[in-house]
Design a protein around this ligand. Structure first.
Ligand code: ATP
Ligand code: MG
Length: 206
């Protein structure tokens, strides 16, 4: 039986990932459903009971930067073992709101953790495993912060400065340059309709 495909959505806070998640799942179900397989929608940090508990701590408790990176990868290990790997093995597709590129972008680019440490954790937790497709919603930090607005109390990442998100965005773009075969960069300043037209092309190609 063919393995399913693993798709991740990335971008800085307010870029538009969650806006397109349910729509994208529906588009994928249209394509995957007739083969008898499901589309599993999930997120990071989180995706499992343990991962969601870690998410709550990561988003609200202050901690040492290396602790933060280790907890991200601990949650990811559990996510891979309990959810992602079993789903792909049974032929289902998996759609995740964030994955490892976010750890490089936030803990590496944003907070300045040396990249070699993140690369070591990535190898340890994933081996050579990578998403089949990563959609990077790319926007300038000012656009993203205007979109985030003041709707609710910001978490530890959402409350960061435009300078932080400038570094985060740059690291996302560097990761995309390093692995162009799996990245699709979408200009997320465009209208939601135009972005969905492009997403449709991207997943049809996959
Ligand atoms: N293309 C767009 N044009 C205008 N507004 C948009 C667009 N995409 C998203 N938005 C709006 O921007 C806000 C943030 O979008 P969304 O929550 O999807 O971002 P996100 O990438 O999931 O952020 P986070 O990482 O914080 O979860 C929402 O209010 C959404 O309606
Ligand atoms: Mg979101």
């Amino acid at each position: 039986m063919a393995r399913g495909k693993f798709i991740t959505l990335e971008g800085i806070d307010g870029a538009g990932k969650t806006t397109h998640l349910a729509w994208l799942r529906e588009r994928l179900e249209h394509k995957v459903g007739p083969t008898g397989h499901a589309v599993v929608m999930t997120r990071e940090p989180g995706g499992t009971p343990l991962g969601e508990a870690l998410r709550n701590i990561l988003l609200h408790e202050s901690m040492d930067l290396e602790t933060e990176a280790l907890l991200m990868f601990a949650a990811r290990r559990e996510h891979l073992a309990q959810v992602i790997e079993p789903a792909l093995a049974r032929g289902d597709w998996v759609l995740s709101d964030r994955f490892t590129d976010a750890t490089f972008a936030y803990q590496g680019g944003g907070r300045g953790l040396p990249r070699d440490k993140l690369e070591a954790l990535e190898r340890w937790v994933q081996g050579g495993f990578q998403p089949d497709l990563t959609v990077l919603f790319d926007v300038p930090p000012e656009t993203a912060s205007a979109r985030r607005g003041a709707a609710r109390e910001p978490d530890r990442f959402e409350s960061e400065s435009d300078a932080f998100f400038t570094r985060t965005r740059a690291e996302y773009l560097r990761r995309a340059e390093e692995a162009p075969y799996r990245f699709a960069i979408v200009d997320s300043t465009q209208s939601i309709e135009e972005i969905r037209r492009q997403l449709d092309e991207i997943v049809t190609a996959l």
